[in-house]
Design a protein around this ligand. Structure first.
Ligand code: ADP
Length: 493
């Protein structure tokens, strides 16, 4: 008997999980722990790196023992992680010198301004695919070096190590043997050159970061070291940041395939193949999961701030629904909306408009506009915003997307999925597998272990429903024109 199980570590912003998959891609067991959030100051968000490691170890041990499988039958482990979150630790003791600074943390705004004042915006966009923003790891690392006593000197003496959460977990699980990361995580640091596929000397100099602190960057599906689990050696063969892992888990490794994750926010990625597309529309360029001996692929990325969050707003603030799941039946209970639009710019408008001052608005109400209309218009807004981002991607990329693969909590809403397909005029493909992100990490590991090949993923990834466009062209155009008008009225700059 060959090895028959592949494990995914899924280290997210709010929880840490371990999932055991069998070779059919079915979940054998799953174990999860909530992760404590620390908010030491306004705009600051931290995690405890040791808690992250301990939780991962605990969920791993539990998931394996609950599944009843023999550890010897585990082919490999894949890791997917919250991206950009930054950990710095001591090379000698292995102890973190500061808490993990989470991607959401805004403390480095000033460092970002300095980079802008040095005239680095264009260089950064061109070489890292990113925009100067506190979101990415580079300025967080700089902050630690500047603010933890003695850190800069220690870093210069080669005594510190930096990593995103994947690197940190691998370091701990391999007993300090490996200091590595993968292309997807490196591409979110602001100091990695996605054209040269190497750390960027000019940006390291600008931030005064010595290169000895950096992990080695490898293909997402490659050998990241070995975990000793109660005497059994299990290789780590896969690593990817969460959004890229989800694109991979959806089978999105060909140019033209897009994926959208409909969670609290929505994360949209379009694989542009070997073409490194620089966005003129305010999108990011990033690396997709890489396989040994295969050319690197690029993706355009855009996110929507208020996705499922606006459904939560209907429930918690407007109090017009008791649960998100009610919205589908309500949307189906009234005819298609003609003129009512909700623009959920609660936190401004993101890609492709980038207007931080815009605020949420409702348009086109008449005396017969009621609760159902408000709800339906809010659900529709998820699809309209996704179309805005995908439209921008198509313009940048120069071609239309072929399919949209979807995942995340709000994809349970069949009305929304159909409306999305209608608006985009492409098939929307929802898989049976809900744990797409973890599955993506498992796939990367399973491919390296020889359990799966890239080509048989379509057999493992069972389709639940494909929503095909039903709306006529005229209606589609008219609806979208109305939305654009609502956006125009919402914009402040
Ligand atoms: P996250 O990973 O960001 O926590 P999830 O993928 O778990 O998000 O999705 C939860 C989000 O999906 C919530 O914001 C919720 O309002 C929304 N949601 C869940 N079910 C539905 C539904 N049937 N229709 C619309 N939105 C939904």
């Amino acid at each position: 008997m060959g090895k028959t199980y592949v494990i995914a570590f899924d280290q997210g912003t709010t929880s840490t999980r371990t999932i055991v998959f069998d070779t059919q891609g079915a979940i054998v067991s799953i174990c999860q722990k909530e992760l404590k959030q620390h908010y030491p100051q306004s705009g600051w968000v931290e995690h405890d790196p040791l808690e992250i490691y301990n939780d991962q170890l605990e969920t791993f041990t539990k998931a394996v023992s609950e599944s009843g499988i023999n550890p010897e039958d585990i082919a490999a482990i894949g890791i997917t992680n919250q991206r950009e979150t930054t950990v710095v630790w001591d090379r000698e003791t292995g102890e973190p010198i500061y808490k993990a600074i989470v991607w959401l943390d805004k403390r480095t705004t000033e460092i970002c301004e300095r980079l802008e004042n040095q005239g680095l915006s264009r260089y950064i966009k061109k070489n890292t695919g990113l925009v100067i923003d506190s979101y990415f790891s580079g300025t967080k690392l700089k902050w630690v070096l500047d603010n933890v006593e003695g850190a800069q000197e220690k870093a210069e003496a080669g005594q510190l190590m930096f990593g995103t959460v994947d690197s940190w977990l691998i370091y701990k699980f391999t007993n300090g043997e490996k200091h590595v990361t993968d292309h997807t995580n490196a591409s979110r640091t602001l100091i990695y050159n996605i054209k040269k596929l190497d750390w960027d000397k000019r940006l390291l100099d600008a931030l005064n970061i010595p290169s000895s602190i950096l992990p080695k960057v490898q293909s997402s599906s490659s050998d990241f070291g070995t975990i000793d689990y109660k005497g059994t050696k299990i290789p780590i063969y896969g690593v990817a940041g969460d959004q890229q892992a989800s694109l991979f888990g959806q089978g999105g490794f060909e140019a033209g395939i897009g994926k959208s994750t409909y969670g609290t926010g929505c994360f949209i990625l379009l694989n542009t193949g070997e073409k490194h597309v620089k966005s003129k529309k305010g999108l990011l360029t990033t690396l997709t999961c890489s396989l040994d001996n295969e050319a690197i692929n690029y993706a355009l990325e855009g996110s929507i701030f208020a996705g499922g969050a606006s459904i939560q707003w209907l429930r918690d603030r407007m109090k017009v629904i008791d649960s998100a799941s009610e919205t589908e039946a309500i949307c189906n209970s009234i005819p298609a909306l003609k003129n009512v639009y909700v623009v959920p710019a609660f936190a401004g408008l993101g890609a492709p408009y980038w207007d931080g001052k815009a605020r949420g608005s409702v348009y086109g109400m008449t005396l017969d506009t009621g609760r159902e209309h408000l709800i339906k218009a809010t659900v529709n807004a998820l699809a309209y915003q996704t179309k805005d981002v995908i439209g921008a991607m198509e313009k940048d990329y120069g071609e239309n997307i072929t399919t949209l693969k979807v995942d995340g909590g709000a994809t349970a809403n069949n009305y929304l999925m159909q409306f999305q397909s209608d608006l985009l005029n492409v098939d929307v493909d929802r898989p049976k597998m809900i744990e797409v992100t973890a599955f993506g990490a498992a796939l990367l590991a399973g491919i390296k272990a020889g359990v799966w090949t890239k080509n048989n993923i379509s057999e493992i990834r069972d389709v639940d429903t494909v929503f095909s466009p039903k709306m006529d062209k005229k209606t589609r155009k008219k609806n979208y024109k109305g939305w654009k008008k609502a956006i125009k009225r919402t914009k402040r700059n």
